[in-house]
Design a binder for this molecule. Structure first.
Ligand SMILES: Cc1cc2nc3c(=O)[nH]c(=O)nc-3n(C[C@H](O)[C@H](O)[C@H](O)COP(=O)(O)OP(=O)(O)OC[C@H]3O[C@@H](n4cnc5c(N)ncnc54)[C@H](O)[C@@H]3O)c2cc1C
Length: 382
């Protein structure tokens, strides 16, 4: 058996790497072990979109230039389920970085900061007093479970996953696009709503393209998942020919469980922290990972309450806002009104970006502007 680690992180995606980086940043002498079942670089089904908010997190973690060699883009175009359109410039630039590159760089940065990285698939967990033992061989004072949507550690500590009604599924691929294409485009679909396709150009003549929908809507079709997802992607993006198609579940934040148990903290997808309006999860993985890493070294005697407080402070109001918006956006008319209003008022566009990609909340006057537009659209249609 190993000596006791101050922190063992399970999963080397953005949540796990952030936890490991933060722990060593705050306590350089801390013994931190990062376990992942894969060797890096490894692929991960994702849209590869990293918002400006995610870059803020990279700066906080001490790796501000991690993706500085990728082309920034500010242009965002959205077509709503009913055909309302907005095309505008974001207040701050976003990036598209293949996860094969992004995650490997984060893990390398953790290694360079003194984190020990091992290839290891966690299968068992036991709690022995104030220690957590993984697979009978690895002993930790604290564990961050950052092992993704189908988290094994979450199951082992008896925490339920997101219910199916709060789970989405999406497929992503890569396609050739003109090298000058720098518009991140989202095409929402009324049939099976909420559902949308995206094209996120990387800047090298390729784009990440994909399609996602709620899992119950997929099951309601009665058709094989692959047929539905691939078919709808082709229907919404008829001009692209996508390769390397790969699908994965997205546990959405309205179905989030408690953030852990005992000395085990759940972060990122393992904690169901994906934005229900956009499917963006990298920012939330970085934030929650950072906070879990912080709690592990700053509140080592009892990290979970400190982590819970940190999450509440950083994301509590935002998560409650998106819980409500996810309910409202079950009606495609609400999203039509939001996009319509965003096309007329830049501050509403900026707000949608903040709520959809960061920790934004909705000030009452702007919420009222959208509701007013929703009402007017409904009256006009009648
Ligand atoms: C198709 C699709 C498109 C998306 N598009 C975007 C987007 O454009 N922008 C965005 O922000 N978000 C997007 N998301 C969401 C985003 O991919 C996730 O929120 C993000 O990857 C969560 O990071 P994580 O670190 O929590 O988990 P992951 O990135 O899933 O990492 C989990 C890690 O744990 C490891 N692991 C799993 N089980 C074990 C085990 N038992 N033992 C050891 N290691 C284990 C895995 O190998 C993996 O490396 C998308 C998701 C999908 C499916």
């Amino acid at each position: 058996m190993d000596d006791v680690w101050d922190l063992v992180v399970v999963g080397g995606g953005p949540a796990g790497a952030a936890a490991a980086l933060r722990a060593r940043q705050l306590r350089p002498e801390a013994r931190v072990l990062l376990l992942d079942r894969a060797d890096f670089p490894r692929d991960k089904a994702c849209g590869d979109g990293i918002a400006a908010h995610g870059r803020d997190e990279l700066a906080l973690l001490g790796v501000p230039d991690l993706i500085a060699d990728y082309r920034p883009t500010r242009r965002l175009a959205v077509v709503s389920p009913g055909g309302a359109r907005v095309s505008a410039t974001s207040a701050r630039p976003n990036h598209v970085v293949p996860r094969r590159v992004f995650d490997a760089r984060l893990v390398d940065a953790a290694r360079a900061r003194g984190v020990e990285v091992r290839r290891h698939q966690v299968r068992a967990l036991a709690v022995l007093g104030d220690r957590v033992v993984l697979d009978g061989t690895v002993t930790a004072r604290a564990v961050v479970a950052a092992d993704g949507a189908n988290s094994t550690v979450r199951r082992l500590i008896g925490v339920s996953p997101s219910p199916e009604r709060h789970t989405a599924i999406a497929v992503r691929g890569y396609a050739d696009v003109p090298a000058g294409d720098d518009v991140q485009s989202i095409f929402m679909q009324r049939d099976g709503w909420p559902a949308y396709a995206w094209s996120f150009p990387i800047g090298d003549g390729t784009a990440n393209v994909g399609y996602g929908m709620l899992l119950p809507r997929l099951h309601a079709t009665g058709l094989p998942g692959k047929e539905v997802l691939h078919g709808r992607l082709a229907e919404l993006l008829p001009h692209v020919s996508a390769r390397d198609l790969r699908a994965h579940h997205l546990p959405l934040s309205p179905g989030r469980p408690g953030p852990g148990s005992g000395r085990v903290m759940l972060a990122g997808d393992a904690a169901s922290l994906i934005n229900p309006l956009t499917g963006e999860g990298i920012f939330y993985a970085l934030v929650s990972g950072r906070l879990a890493g912080e709690a592990a070294v700053q509140a080592a005697d009892d990290p979970l309450p400190a982590y819970r407080r940190g999450l509440e402070k950083a994301l509590g109001r935002h998560l409650r806002t998106t819980d409500v918006l996810a309910l409202a956006s079950q009606s495609p008319g609400f999203i039509d009104a939001a996009i319509d209003t965003a096309a007329r008022r830049k501050e509403v566009f900026d707000l949608l970006v903040d709520v959809g990609l960061g920790a934004g909340t909705v000030p009452v006057p702007l919420a009222l502007a959208v509701v007013r537009r929703w009402f007017l659209n409904t009256v006009r249609r009648r």
